[in-house]
Write a protein that binds this ligand. Structure first.
Ligand code: 4AD
Ligand code: MG
Length: 461
């Protein structure tokens, strides 16, 4: 049915003043007093509700309407007038209200404030709260900004497969894809997989990178933006089993080119949200993170730090801090170490570069020292790692050596090796965790609250 979006009314009230309008939405609040009744109507297009002010004497079915409960769905026709209430510029004087969907008393969102834990139990309804209304709009604007950024720079948006036969990160965190029933009786693993749908082991992708590399070797600059899956045994506030990743891959680029690209992208997308979501950011600043807007301005306006892994380890070893995991050269950095670097030492995003090869993935380019790889993680205060990046090994023999020495099945990677045989070129790329950057931009502290229907270990709502 034809109606006006409430966000458009507040964008330019003067355009609608005095007009007959139809608005559709859900009642956020219904208040009945002696002569007038009020309905705060929200249609999801903005955080701001439109107030419907009912003159009980002249409005025909006032009692029927005001008897409704919060959450009821309504179609309201009326005239937009200037409001006497200084809290709002306009209000609607209704000529007709149709209640299309009642909301019985057991509607769970009656109270003004609910805990995030409770809201996670009702993912099908929590999008109607202010927090999720604001989060989803920022999520959408962020996605738009990412596409704008890459497409404005001659990148081609590609779609890499979700079902794959290879484990990109080599961490064995793949969700299996199979059509076998529970009781299929096979003697060996080989026999089991040979009789499965793909006649081999298959799983959900942990990253589109390997296929992305093949496409970058043809298109020069590509990016993916899609779901990735990890069966990580990490029940933390930053790990999801299903999350979205943005993975650009660039031919003829080294580690420093890719650091520059990641920096430019972050500044661009943060600025886009800062400029286009002022109401939502004010909401998150008020209820989730004091100083949020200044933090984002700081991202836009200041340089990120770049430090060697070896330097980071030195800083951590000298730190006056009791880490649960002791630090020495060769160890992987734990959250507590990352937080020390970003929150205490640098107080801004930090690229840690040149990690020991043994704690990183097989595809990363070996540095001339033979011990480290041309890889970097971007760590940000409060959230930790949001980007994993590297220059890729473009030498056939060195890559093959890594595949063999890590006990990977060579035949699974023949096509990937061939990219190093035919016109191999230096190339680099990164993966940005979409929900992680969303946590950073909104101040939401748990990844479960940045996706509509989050999937985490032991939880499939
Ligand atoms: O560092 P990761 O594992 O890197 C890759 O997957 C590379 N193939 C990327 C590339 O070079 N094309 O993951 C990249 C990012 C992390 O920095 C993090 O932001 C996010 O993906 N991430 C997760 N986000 C939510 N839940 C999880 N379980 C995540 N694992 C990684
Ligand atoms: Mg990583």
């Amino acid at each position: 049915m034809k109606h006006t979006d409430i966000c458009d009314i507040f964008k330019d009230c003067s355009k609608y003043l005095g007009n007959e309008l139809t608005v559709c939405g859900w009642a956020k609040l219904i208040r009945d007093s002696k002569n007038v009744g009020f309905i705060e109507l929200n249609d999801g297009t903005s955080l701001t509700n439109l107030q419907i002010v009912i003159d009980k004497e002249s409005f025909e079915n006032a009692d029927d309407v005001l008897r409704q409960n919060v959450g009821a769905a309504m179609i309201v026709k009326g005239t937009l007038i200037e409001s006497l209430n200084p809290k709002q510029p306009v209000e609607l004087t209704p000529s007709g209200i149709e209640v299309v969907g009642v909301s019985p008393n057991d509607y769970p969102l009656q109270k003004k404030k609910h805990s995030m834990e409770f809201l996670r139990t009702i993912p099908h309804l929590r999008a109607r709260t202010n927090t999720f209304n604001a989060m989803f709009r920022i999520r959408s604007e962020l996605a738009k900004a990412i596409h704008d950024f890459f497409q404005g720079r001659n990148f081609t948006y590609v779609h890499t497969p979700i079902i794959t036969g290879s484990d990109c990160e080599g961490a064995g965190e793949i969700f299996r894809v199979t059509t076998h029933e529970y009781s299929t009786p096979y003697e060996t693993e080989e026999e089991y997989y040979a009789n499965d749908f793909f006649k081999q082991k298959a799983g959900l992708t942990v990253s589109g990178q390997l296929e992305g590399e093949a496409l970058a070797m043809a298109l020069g600059k590509i990016y993916t933006f899609g779901p990735t899956f990890r069966a990580e045994n990490s029940n933390t506030t930053r790990h999801a089993a299903e999350f979205w990743q943005i993975e650009p891959e660039v031919a003829f680029a080294d580690l420093f080119d890719i650091i520059e690209l990641a920096t430019d992208m972050l500044k661009y997308i943060v600025k886009h949200v800062y400029d286009n979501c002022p109401e939502e950011l004010s909401f998150f600043e008020r209820f989730y993170e004091k100083g949020l807007k200044d933090k984002l301005l700081n991202i836009i306006n200041s340089d990120f730090a770049v430090i060697e892994y070896t330097e980071a380890v030195d800083i951590l070893m000298k730190a006056d801090c009791d880490f649960a995991y002791p630090v020495s050269w060769g160890c992987d950095l734990q959250t507590e170490h990352e937080r020390y670097l970003t929150d205490i030492v640098y107080k801004r995003p930090v690229f840690v570069i040149n990690y020991p090869k043994d704690i990183k993935s097989f595809y990363m380019k070996l540095n001339p020292d033979g011990k480290t790889v041309a890889a970097t993680d971007l760590l940000v205060p409060g959230v930790g790692e949001i980007i994993g990046a590297s220059q890729r090994e473009d030498n056939y023999d060195l890559l093959l050596e890594q595949i063999k020495s890590r006990g990977m099945t060579q035949s699974d990677y023949e096509w990937y090796l061939e990219l190093r045989k035919f016109g191999s070129a230096p190339h680099s790329g990164y993966g940005l965790g979409f929900e992680r950057i969303l946590m950073y931009i909104t101040g939401i502290g748990n990844i479960r609250d940045t996706a509509a229907f989050p999937r985490t270990k032991g939880f499939l709502a």
